[in-house]
Design a protein around this ligand. Structure first.
Ligand SMILES: [Zn+2]
Length: 424
């Protein structure tokens, strides 16, 4: 397949400073040697000059390409009204998705776990277009559609009962263990990479209660067991404490949001190695934008009710040793602002290296993807480079200080490389 948009791959990159997310160290003057789209070697100094174009990042701090575990790349951004979803066609959703995908990778996110789109499989088409080089975007892990109960948090709700919602928006609706298993089979057959289950109500779905469970433990386990038959896992949207507790017991890989998690729920997650993927930055944006755009009062109340409680749960999760994955819910806010959440993770108590790991190493583990997340031989040559002039005191000998600056200034990144080629 011809590469229509990405540049020619480089054979090496000279890095001013390289962040090793495994050891937590920052090493000055490192050369990354590439073989095709992969890392072949990581060498000290810049003496090694393989034949071919070399990328000069000597003025930059370099980290692995970032990973966002909770994006919605297809479709228009959140408008506060689900009515808007019905005036956009699937082609509209995909084409605006092209724009969203570019903004996401330009912001440094070279891999995403895309956790659902309202019209089934729009995300799968986007993944295909990116993998074929037709459009520029991150490597995508796709949910395909939402597994949700009738009228649940993954439904397009809020209309009078005689208004029909298109079938393509209801492909994952299921109301029993058998129906859940059937929905999982339909979604996997459509090309999904994993399953997204809506275990409680949602903030933005009118008429649903984020605090209330929407599936039984058996129904969630049905999704987990069926997903396992396809060699994959389940991500569970869950705000309320009871819904959160059902999901780790049923064996899900991650809890999305986790807003009302009590200590019992968090201890259960720590015990079962369930990741918490909490969009702790998006609340500020929703509150500000929702007011400006006059979102419905009931929605605004749910936004306010979940924002600070979620941050409190996040802090307690750190104390209880819950695994943290970086996920921002982009699409709720405009795509391309994902990196703002790095500083939020630090503000809420993570060390800078832990925040960076949540968006690299740990996120790749949550994805079972050993081809991204670390710059080491064999993995994809995906990286981001931030100019030290942006404010990073890279000459500091204190790695913690460099990493702290990095989380603050990451929005000023200059170069994004995917598969050894510059994104431009
Ligand atoms: Zn979401």
């Amino acid at each position: 397949m011809t590469r229509l948009v990405a540049g020619d791959p480089f054979v090496a990159a000279h890095c001013g400073w390289l962040v090793d997310v495994v050891t937590g160290t920052v090493t000055p003057n490192v050369t990354l040697v590439f073989d095709g789209d992969r890392v072949a070697d990581v060498l000290a100094g810049d003496a090694v000059t393989p034949e071919g174009p070399i990328l000069d990042l000597t003025g930059c701090v370099v980290t692995p390409g970032l990973i966002d575990l909770h994006t919605h790349l297809a479709g228009i951004e959140e408008s506060g009204s689900y009515g808007d979803l019905l005036v956009e066609s699937q082609a509209d959703d995909a084409l605006v998705g092209v724009h969203n995908a570019r903004r996401t990778i330009e912001a440094g996110f070279t891999t995403v776990r895309d956790v659902g789109c309202f019209r089934a499989f729009t995300d799968v088409s986007m993944r295909k277009a990116i993998d074929n080089g037709w459009i520029v975007g991150p490597r995508m892990h796709c949910a395909g559609a939402y597994v949700t109960c009738t009228g649940g948090g993954g439904e397009v709700t809020g209309f009078t009962p005689d208004v029909g919602v298109p079938d393509a928006m209801r492909l994952g609706v299921a109301d029993s263990v058998d129906e859940v298993r059937r929905a999982v089979r339909r979604i996997m057959a459509g090309g999904a990479d994993f399953i997204k289950v809506i275990a409680t109500g949602a903030v933005l779905a009118p008429g649903t209660n984020p605090g209330a469970p929407e599936f039984t433990e058996d129904e969630i386990r049905g999704a987990v067991d069926e997903a396992a038959n396809y060699g994959t896992v389940v991500a569970a949207h869950a705000h309320g404490a009871e819904g959160i507790k059902l999901a780790p017991r049923a064996g899900v890989r991650s809890i999305e949001h986790g807003s009302f998690a009590d200590d019992e729920a968090l201890a259960l997650m720590a015990d079962r190695d369930t990741y918490l993927v909490a969009d702790v930055w998006a609340g500020d944006w929703m509150e500000e934008e929702g007011r400006k755009k006059e979102w419905p009062e009931a929605t605004m109340r749910k936004v306010i009710d979940t924002t600070e409680t979620q941050r409190d749960a996040f802090r307690r999760a750190l104390g209880l040793g819950v695994r943290i994955g970086f996920g921002t819910d982009s699409g709720i806010y405009p795509h391309g602002m994902n990196v703002h959440q790095l500083a939020k993770h630090v503000e809420l108590g993570m060390t800078p290296i832990a925040a960076i790991r949540s968006a690299t190493l740990w996120a790749s583990e949550c994805l079972d993807n050993d081809e991204v997340g670390i710059l080491e031989p064999g993995r994809y040559a995906d990286l981001v480079a931030i100019e030290v002039d942006a404010g990073i005191d890279a000459r500091s000998t204190d790695a913690a200080e460099v990493l702290s600056d990095l989380t603050q200034f990451a929005s000023q990144m200059r170069h994004v490389v995917k598969g050894a080629a510059l994104v431009r």
